[in-house]
Write a protein that binds this ligand. Structure first.
Ligand SMILES: N[C@@H](CCC[C@H](N)C(=O)O)C(=O)O
Length: 277
């Protein structure tokens, strides 16, 4: 990290939502600290802490907080639903409010208490291949899948494949190939969805910039939208991901996602670690 005087203390939190895990910095009232190099160093699960995304809380003049996201390969993510729920939990508890606003690259999102869980309005989906109007054949060699996926933007790109059996799908093999397919100039997150009923989906995910994760909130929203647009499900569904269950509800005002959050620990980086980044 290029600091003339590297900080001697850099506190952080570790949280997860359904096993989608995050390192979180609170940089309110000070300069932003995250660089691509720092994100990669901290994201190293052997030599750093490890995370699926790194989230940095910033002071905001438009919402309760601003929030930026980074993947473990050092790239930026425009949206992260599960980290938004986790940080939403922190700010709900800090303020004692029932509803808070969080400004992300995606826009201002609302996080609300929902019993023990947190709901976030992830906003309106964008259909990325609207000329087709929903989907486009993807020519991935020997793809043992429905080659007619739906591309949905939730502030970040997603492509949803419908599969007969999510457990038997080679998520790593196909996910990596599709992420880097030239059809997706910004690369893409890749979801594999098995529709179990009109109100239930099993979904597994390959995240752009990170790989397989136990859950992906924006991916869950994209999957719920894609399945509804295909006429396969209702607007409200329960979704089983590798890390547990989420509820998705596509309403007039956006896609609401509800699920659990967990604070794991609070710690701080040693100055010697920061000096070597
Ligand atoms: N885990 C996230 C999404 C992560 C962002 C993604 N890897 C990207 O680059 O867009 C979520 O919960 O939404």
């Amino acid at each position: 990290m290029q600091h003339e005087h590297p900080p001697s203390r850099l506190p952080f939190l570790k949280m997860h939502g359904l096993g989608n895990d995050f390192v979180i910095f609170d940089s309110r009232g000070s300069a932003a600290v995250v660089t691509p190099e720092l994100a990669r160093a901290i994201g190293d699960r052997n030599r750093g802490v490890g995370f699926d995304q790194l989230a940095e809380i910033r002071s905001s003049d438009m919402a309760d907080i601003d929030l930026d996201f980074w993947n473990s390969d050092g790239s930026r993510a425009g949206a992260c639903g599960n980290a938004t729920r986790c940080v939403g939990r922190l700010i709900l508890d800090e303020t004692g409010k029932d509803e808070v606003t969080i400004r992300t690259e995606r826009g201002i999102l609302i996080a609300r208490r929902a019993g023990d869980e947190v709901s976030v309005n992830m906003g309106h989906p964008q259909l990325m291949w609207d000329e087709v109007p929903l989907s486009r054949p993807v020519d991935v060699e020997h793809l043992p899948l429905d080659g007619d996926p739906v591309a949905v933007g939730m502030g970040n790109p997603h492509v949803v494949f419908f599969v007969p059996n999510a457990e038997e799908t080679d998520v790593a093999g196909w996910g990596r190939k599709v992420e880097f397919d030239p059809l997706f100039p910004q690369r893409t997150n890749v979801e594999f969805a098995e529709v179990r009923a009109r109100n239930e989906i099993r979904m597994r995910v390959w995240e752009r910039g990170t790989g397989i994760t136990l859950a992906c909130g924006s991916g869950a929203c994209a999957t719920a939208v894609a399945a509804n647009l295909r006429g396969l499900t209702d607007k409200k569904v329960r979704m089983e991901v590798d890390g547990g269950w989420l509820t998705l509800d596509w309403r007039e005002d956006g896609v609401w996602m509800t699920g659990p959050t967990q604070l794991v620990f609070k710690a701080e980086f040693d100055a010697s670690f920061l000096e070597r980044v």
